[in-house]
Design a protein around this ligand. Structure first.
Ligand code: AMP
Ligand code: MN
Ligand code: MN
Ligand code: MN
Length: 288
């Protein structure tokens, strides 16, 4: 595996429509400034950024010169884990997709209020009012962690996740996300390609990862992220072997959220493993 390099194609990023800190145009400018030529915007359960971009183009308002791939990142349930599936090249006018995302957004707001109730039980009151004031389309635990840091419940978001709202935290609320099959069906139904996001981040063992990839592939999923920041080379080599066996395409992305997270920049991750077919051609992206 090669060391990190500035790739010009980045297929995973977030805006303020979910838990990113930049607006659409700011993100496009920021990605461009980091040498990106092709960027997929993949907000959690929201395509608001793509609808905004389409509207700007329709009104012939000038936007930064950058190839933007339509995308979304959808949370699903895999056993007792939350696994993220990215949809790339989706049709942003697909009715079933729009309807589904609306439901996910409503559930996300309700889920953060469940967290607020559980936090009150462990002595942290007043979170619900702050959740009510959030304006993002898709509310996430990132928003919750920011609220809790501001309230002084912990020093930084990582500690909030560890102590309170992560899977082993004392105020964790078990999510009820849709199945992998349902999410793949929604993405492919909207002409998109389904991609397993950051497979090394779920704390799954190899047997569980193999099951995840097989279930995903059987459901019609076609790709997996094999290049992202801090991915373990040994794990990536093993995942690449499984991907070849299942004929999954390789995708890549920094999962950029916020310029303040200095260790994470658009385009900065290793190149895809050799012998893996990149997803680029299927999305009509020029090869870098
Ligand atoms: P949600 O989709 O509401 O479960 O929120 C998940 C988001 O929280 C992820 O996309 C990350 O941006 C963020 N996140 C997850 N785990 C951590 C962590 N340990 N520290 C900081 N942020 C995290
Ligand atoms: Mn996120
Ligand atoms: Mn994710
Ligand atoms: Mn993401």
């Amino acid at each position: 595996m090669q060391p990190n390099k500035a790739n010009t194609i980045d297929l995973h990023s977030h805006t303020r429509y979910s838990d990113g800190s930049l607006g659409l145009i700011e993100l496009m400018q920021y990605a461009k400034a980091h040498g990106i030529e092709t960027l997929a915007i993949t907000d959690h359960d929201s395509i608001g950024a793509h609808l905004e971009l389409a509207e700007l183009k329709q009104k012939q308002i000038e936007v930064p010169e950058l190839e933007v791939v339509s995308g979304v990142e959808i949370s699903t349930q895999f056993g007792n884990r939350e696994v993220h599936i990215v949809g790339l090249g989706i049709d942003i006018q697909n009715e079933a997709l729009l309807q589904f995302l609306k439901q996910q957004q409503a559930y996300r707001r309700q889920r953060l209020l469940q967290y607020a109730a559980k936090l009150a039980q462990v002595g942290i009151a007043g979170v619900a009012e702050k959740v009510d004031n959030l304006s993002a389309e898709a509310l996430t635990r990132t928003h919750l962690s920011q609220i809790l840091v501001e309230m002084g419940a912990a020093q930084d978001p990582q500690r909030v996740f560890k102590r309170l709202i992560g899977r082993k935290g004392k105020a964790y609320v078990k999510a009820e996300w849709p199945s992998i099959e349902q999410v793949v069906r929604i993405i492919t139904g909207a002409s998109g390609i389904a991609v397993i996001a950051h497979p090394g981040r779920y704390q799954l063992n190899r047997k569980q990862l193999r099951e995840l990839m097989e279930q995903f592939s059987a459901a019609g999923g076609e790709a997996i992220e094999l290049s992202y920041p801090n991915a373990e080379p040994q794990m990536i080599n093993w995942l690449a072997e499984q991907a070849r066996r299942l004929s999954l395409l390789g995708s890549q992305g920094a999962d950029f959220h916020n310029p303040e997270w200095k260790w994470l920049k658009p385009g900065f991750f290793p190149v895809l493993p050799k012998d893996i077919e990149p997803i680029f051609d299927r999305l009509n992206i020029r090869r870098q």
